[in-house]
Design a protein around this ligand. Structure first.
Ligand code: PAF
Length: 291
């Protein structure tokens, strides 16, 4: 099977390297030509429990034609700039809200699969990652896109894949959890596990998740389990992990705060729902970004 992974960040490198290792023809798409040239030579190195391996996915700056599917793992703020060949199915596993709406307008809802991943990966350097914790890759068809090829390829690459009939619910669930964890880890310069250690911080994380959950409910999403408990379980499972937002702050990069807390605020405003804590952490992360 042939596929492309767009975005050579911590997650893009993990998915591209694992798919290549399973013997599939993988293209890793990087819009920066110079970096793509360097990664073509060095390959992608993955450190994970007990082993380190290097794979050489084919590097490109544009997605080629003739693929079975494309996985989007860019930062949410890059989604609008992405270009896709006609007809190839697209799977987004990105963080945040708003990616689906943009991708639907570009490729059409019938070509779109939408999901989320709880794999935890840290970018140690260009093309060099540490796979911190295994998780699940859950996705489903947004309207009518068949999921079988992507499911088979990811399972062959060793990912734990679940198929959902409610991808919109899943995106909200992941975003509500990210809205609790990511800004606080960035603001406190702390790994995920530290959020559980101090009463006040833990309580603020809980409150942020509750605010996000209330906004989700204004869009018709109800959760059968507590997202606060899910967020705490993720902090415990990925205790040593540096969240993607803190990785961005430390590297001086733009964060995904707009697609996470910013989108929650925007949707809360439409529903006239107060989300005071989300507003404060949004403003503070914006302040951190501009230092
Ligand atoms: O964005 C991230 O880093 C991850 O989604 C999460 C769940 C916070 C774990 O580090």
């Amino acid at each position: 099977m042939k596929m492309a992974v767009i975005g050579p960040g911590a997650m893009g490198c993990l998915y591209a390297a694992r798919l290549a290792r399973a013997g599939m023809k993988v293209h890793l798409i990087d819009h920066k030509q110079a970096r793509a040239d360097r990664l073509e030579k060095t390959g992608i190195t993955v450190e994970s429990a007990g082993e380190t391996f290097t794979e050489h996915p084919a590097m490109a700056t544009h997605v080629p034609t003739g693929l079975d599917f494309i996985i989007v793992l860019t930062k949410a703020y890059s989604t609008a700039a992405l270009r896709f060949p006609p007809e190839t199915p697209v799977l987004t596993l990105q963080n945040g809200l708003g990616n689906v709406e943009i991708l639907c307008s570009v490729v059409g809802s019938a070509r779109l699969m939408v999901g989320a991943t709880t794999e935890a990966s840290t970018l140690l350097g260009e093309g060099h990652i540490r796979h911190v914790a295994s998780g699940e890759t859950t996705f489903g068809s947004w309207t009518s896109c068949p999921c079988e090829n992507a499911q088979a390829a990811l399972e062959k690459a060793g990912f734990n894949v679940q198929i959902t009939n409610s991808p919109g619910q899943l995106v909200w669930e992941k975003t509500a959890i990210n809205a609790g964890i990511n800004p606080l880890t960035a603001l406190l310069n702390a790994p995920n596990g530290r959020l559980l250690q101090q009463y006040e911080v833990r309580q603020l994380m809980r409150d942020l998740v509750v605010e996000a959950t209330k906004v989700a409910s204004t869009e018709g999403y109800r959760f059968t389990h507590s997202l606060v408990e899910s967020a705490e379980a993720i902090c415990a499972r990925t205790a040593e992990n540096i969240s993607s937002m803190l990785q961005d702050i430390r590297a001086g990069r733009q964060t995904e705060i707009d697609a996470i807390s910013g989108e929650i605020l925007r949707r809360a405003q439409i529903a006239s729902l107060p989300t005071p804590r989300t507003r404060v952490v949004y403003q503070l992360v914006r302040g951190l970004e501009s230092r």
